[in-house]
Structure formats: structure tokens, C-alpha cells
Design a protein around this ligand. Structure first.
Ligand code: NAD
Length: 416
């Protein structure tokens, strides 16, 4: 298997394999493999120092057969067309896998938000919506936060959209602040959904999560909440964590909340008292029960898959495992909870936010998480069953469920 593929090509390799397992012919694969619409924009704006700067942005609208498209907006210096397209494809399969009535999209701007002032962030957010206002909307495409975007940025975007159309339309965007129609539980929904899947995987291994050892790569929104939830609610032992500056390790465990506070104070987990420094590479190969990649793409690949010792890999990050690594891990009997299932909690609670916004009736956090648990558990169980029936891995199980739903919707619409 060629490991030099870009992220979108990797997503297409996965899709092609799943189409073959489903017995679909090349017409169906061709109808599924590219975004319906890909938009590239340029935003030129005056910065605080009086100079003008031009930013490149994207929106990839992958598939709308099952409903309005949904997907986050990522602001990152390494944002690129291939990544946005891949993420929009995974959003499509994610919504279909957990069976919420939405299609998939994704957007982004190439920028480093850490270098921008608050006023510049607001200008960038409003400009992005101005360029895309005809292409997004509650019944068209509904953005949300992703890496380096947050509820405040969603609030500016919603306000700009409502100003353009001249009326309230809170359901144009999700991940909003609670005061503006956000949902309880949205901030840690991705991690929460992932922990429900880990609980189910542990059941399948007849493994008690109490005292189970966990290593987590990436200590941002997804990773740090997962660490704290697994520790506080499931009594797991967090033995390793990392971020872009490196990792920390203690075989007897450390407090996930202390690690979080240490990162807030020093902007890294590295240096937490009572831990030793390890590299990101070492973290992935540690002896542990649960490994959670929650940072970057392609970190588990041909070069390290054979050395992975975890019993469960819960992919909170999008695209952390390459196709070649998938084959190696399957032969080692490691349970993979594939990305677009494992991290579907975020979009599911975004969907709840849309529903609550339509009814102008808001649920408690307990109600949100109880509904989330039902959806995640059902999707996890269906994935494992499908994979077992077809003697394949969970990623292919999840793909088969998702693409069958999308293909059926496309057939009913008369598209294929
Ligand atoms: P984030 O920006 O909050 O956190 C990212 C973390 O990764 C940070 O701790 C950062 O230091 C770390 N990191 C960056 N480069 C690294 C490197 N080279 N090695 C190790 N760690 C590194 O982002 P997030 O929202 O937590 O997203 C993380 C992943 O989860 C992404 O793949 C994202 O698409 C996925 N995801 C997140 C959500 C969500 O709701 N937050 C939903 C679905 C999927």
C-alpha cells in the first residue's frame, strides 16, 4: 500500500475498499468520490497595523443526499484543499453512520489564529461569511467549530449571516455560545461520544475500565476532555499525554485535571510534576489498554503499526491511521474505533443544537448526553456487527453502513 498519498487520496482509498466490499460498481464509487461543490475564496482585509493581508479559504460541500450539509471550519496554517475535501467526506460518512439526517461539508482558512488580535479574528470570521453567504444556510450547509475556531467565532459568523439576510437564523451555525442558542454539553460532546464507544469496546473485551491504562496524543478539546472523562467517570488510569511540544508519562498514572491546568498555565503538558518526558512517537507505542490519537492525521502508519501495543484504539482525531496500518492492526486483533464513528459526538450534539433551535426549547446536559449515549451505542454496535458479518475491520464496517445510507438516498432522489 502506497503511504505517500495525501489525506483526500487516503479517504478515497478507504471509500473504494468499502464500495468493493458492498459490491458497488465503479459508477457508484465515481458518484461518491468527489465533493458536490468545492469553493475557494480569498479574503483581503486591513490588519490592526494598517497593512492589508490576503487569506485563502475553502468550503467543501461533499454530499447533500441525506440532508443539509454539516461540517466545521478549521483555521490553521497548514490548512489545504486535500485536507478540507477529506474532512468533508468523513463528515458525510459520520452523519450517515450515526444516522442523523445531514450531509457532509467542511471549511477552513489558511491562517495562524494565534498571531491575530481579537479584532482581526472577528474581521476574518465576518469576511468568511460574507464570501459564502449564498452557499450556507440552515437548509443548505451549517458550519460549526473545528481546530482553532470556537463559540465566539461562531457567534460573529451567525451575526454576520443574520445581518446579510435581515432576520434571525440561529440554525445557520452550531457550536454557538449558550446565550445565543448553543446546546448544553456541546463543548465536550466529541470526547463524551468517544468515551461511550470505549465503554462498549471494553465490554467486548470483557475488560473492566476501572484501572485501565490510557495514553492520549493531543491535549486540546478532544483529547483533554477524553482524559478527564475517562479518569473521573470511568476510573481509568491516565499514564501518558502529549501535545505539539512532546509527551509526559508515568506508569502509575497522573491526574488528568492537573495536566489540563498545567497546559493552561504553561501551554504544554510537558513538565507536569511526577511525570517523565517522552516523545509523541514513544507515546503511541506504549504498553496500554486504550490509545487515543486526538491530534493529527497519519500518525499510525506502516512504520509504527506493528509496534502498537494498545488493546483499543479510539480515534478522536480525524484520519490518524493510514490504510496500510489498518491492515497491520486488524491482524494484531486490536479493536479500532474508527474516527468518523468515535468522534461523531460533536456533530451529533450540533444536530441536537439545530433541533433545539428550531423548537426554541432547550434540553439539560443530562438529556443531551442520554440521547447522545443512545445514538453512539447504537452506531458502535451496528458497526461491530457489520464488520463481523463481512470479516473485516470496524473502519470498513462503519463505511459500509454509512455509504449504504448515502447511496440509498441518492437512488431515491434519482441521482444514480
Ligand atoms: P485542538 O486544537 O483543541 O487540540 C489539538 C491538540 O493536538 C493540541 O493539544 C495540540 O498541542 C496537539 N498537537 C498539535 N500538533 C501536534 C503534534 N505534532 N503532536 C502531538 N500533538 C499535537 O483540536 P481538537 O478540537 O481537540 O481536535 C483534535 C482532533 O480531533 C482533530 O483531528 C479534529 O479534527 C478532531 N475532532 C475534533 C472535534 C471537536 O469537537 N473538537 C470533533 C471531531 C473531530
Amino acid at each position: 500500500m502506497n503511504e505517500n498519498l495525501d489525506t483526500f487520496e487516503i479517504s478515497q482509498v478507504q471509500l473504494h475498499k468499502a464500495c468493493k466490499l458492498m459490491g458497488y460498481d465503479s459508477h457508484i464509487y465515481n458518484a461518491l468520490k468527489e465533493p458536490e461543490k468545492f469553493i475557494e475564496i480569498k479574503i483581503t482585509m486591513r490588519m490592526d497595523n494598517g497593512e492589508t493581508r490576503t487569506f485563502k479559504g475553502f468550503r467543501s460541500q461533499f454530499n447533500s443526499a441525506r440532508g443539509p450539509m454539516k461540517g466545521g471550519i478549521r483555521w490553521h496554517p497548514e490548512e489545504n484543499e486535500s485536507l478540507v475535501k477529506a474532512l468533508s467526506a468523513w463528515m458525510t460518512w459520520k452523519c450517515a453512520c450515526v444516522d442523523i439526517p445531514l450531509g457532509g461539508a467542511k471549511g477552513g482558512i489558511i491562517c495562524n489564529p494565534k498571531e491575530l488580535s481579537n479584532a482581526e479574528l472577528e474581521k476574518l470570521a465576518r469576511n468568511y461569511v460574507r464570501k459564502l453567504s449564498g452557499d450556507i444556510g440552515p437548509n443548505i450547509d451549517i458550519p460549526a467549530p473545528d481546530v482553532y475556531t470556537n463559540p465566539q467565532i461562531m457567534a460573529w459568523m451567525m451575526d454576520e449571516y443574520e445581518t446579510i439576510i435581515g432576520k434571525h437564523a440561529p440554525s445557520v451555525i452550531t457550536g454557538k455560545p449558550l446565550e445565543l442558542g448553543g446546546s448544553a454539553g456541546r463543548s465536550n460532546a466529541t470526547a463524551k461520544g468517544g468515551t461511550f464507544c470505549v465503554r462498549e469496546a471494553a465490554k467486548d473485551l470483557s475488560k473492566d475500565l476501572k484501572g485501565a491504562t490510557v495514553a492520549i496524543q493531543g491535549y486540546g478539546n478532544a483529547g483533554s476532555y477524553a482524559a478527564r472523562l475517562l479518569q473521573d467517570e470511568f476510573k481509568c488510569k491516565i499514564i501518558a499525554a502529549s501535545d505539539s511540544q512532546g509527551g509526559i508519562y508515568n506508569e502509575n498514572g497522573f491526574d488528568a485535571n492537573d495536566a489540563f491546568e498545567h497546559k493552561v498555565k504553561t501551554s504544554t503538558v510537558v513538565g507536569l510534576e511526577g511525570t517523565q518526558k517522552i516523545s509523541n512517537k514513544e507515546l503511541l507505542e506504549l504498553e496500554c489498554d486504550v490509545l487515543i490519537p486526538a491530534a493529527l492525521e497519519n500518525v499510525i502508519n506502516k512504520s509504527n503499526a506493528a509496534n502498537i501495543k494498545a488493546k483499543i484504539i479510539a480515534e478522536l482525531a480525524n484520519g490518524p491511521t493510514t490504510p496500510a496500518a489498518d491492515d497491520i492492526l486488524y491482524n494484531k486483533d486490536i479493536i479500532i474505533i474508527p474516527d468518523f464513528l468515535c468522534n461523531a459526538g460533536g456533530v451529533t450534539v450540533s444536530y441536537f443544537e439545530m433541533v433545539q433551535g428550531y423548537y426554541l426549547h432547550f434540553w439539560t446536559e443530562k438529556e443531551v448526553f442520554s440521547s447522545l449515549d443512545k445514538i453512539m451505542t447504537k452506531a458502535y454496535r451496528a458497526t461491530v456487527k457489520k464488520a463481523e458479518e463481512h470479516h473485516t475491520d470496524n473502519r470498513m464496517g462503519a463505511y459500509m453502513i454509512a455509504i449504504e445510507r448515502v447511496v440509498n438516498a441518492m437512488k431515491l432522489r434519482g441521482w444514480i
